[in-house]
Write a protein that binds this ligand. Sequence first.
Ligand SMILES: [Zn+2]
Length: 322
Amino acid sequence: MTRLKPSRRDILKMTAAAPALTLSATQSFALGGPQGGQAPGYFRFTLGEAKLTVISDGNLSLAASTAGINADPAEVKAFMIRHFMDTETLKSHTNHVVIELGDAVVLVDVGSGNRFADSAGRMLENLEAAGIDYDSITHVVLTHAHPDHIWGIRDDFDEAIFPEAQYFMGAFEHDWWTTPDRVNMVSEGLQQLVAGAVNSLGADYLQLNTVEDGFEVVPGMTMISTPGHTLGHMSLHIESNGEQLIVLGDVARNAYIDFERPEWVGSPDMDPEQTVATRKRILDMAAADRIAVLGYHFPFPGVGQVMREGEAYRYVPALWHW
Ligand SMILES: [Zn+2]
């Protein structure tokens, strides 16, 4: 498809190619910020024949009071202290993944863009750091329509960031957010999220397909229904040469709380009962069948295994390897 207007990334590419003569030394130092000294936010590993690259979109902070809202606050606070967590702020990472298998290059979720939090929206620059060409992405799987997962779908010209790719999202998820007048049916706190979802899903040149449980994106990659956190949330199951991994999305958001206290829910979980049921079903399956998991909000790179521990679970992070 030919784009009629230059997109934000075209402009970014042009800017990157131009000599940086307009910036004074002080300005470029300020713009460089603390990122200059950090390792780039990507991590590669293999699963059977598939090559996976975790791409960070940055990090997010929520009030700690959004966690364990159905539990005794003193118990939640004690849990956080015991796990060396900040008791005021719940910090999380945002781990996208690019899966290269055969001719397919599949990306899961598109991040916050520049619309949600200053500390997020780094997916495109980290894709570039990982040497993955934007135009090589053939499929984009959307787990759900929350801001940190889809507000980055369009550039400043309202165009889809990967106009050549086919996008896939659960039909129920799509229809729920885009129901006419939904914005007037939800609580005030959700209204902005509805508006953001509608604008995101209405991006120009977006080739969006809505799908059901069990939809095969490409051979070896199947979308599975995992509702609760949002009502039509979906995850991605990957299998290659007998090795399996589930890209959880937000089935579990915290690698400590959601494993050790799987019955606790947070305020972003839209259907608490379903959130818990889905979480237990998927973590049980991962533990029993030794399926690796990738958590969008787990500590980067967010890949590991699930161990059963009595009625609960433990997250066992994969060993970083060079
Ligand atoms: Zn999320």
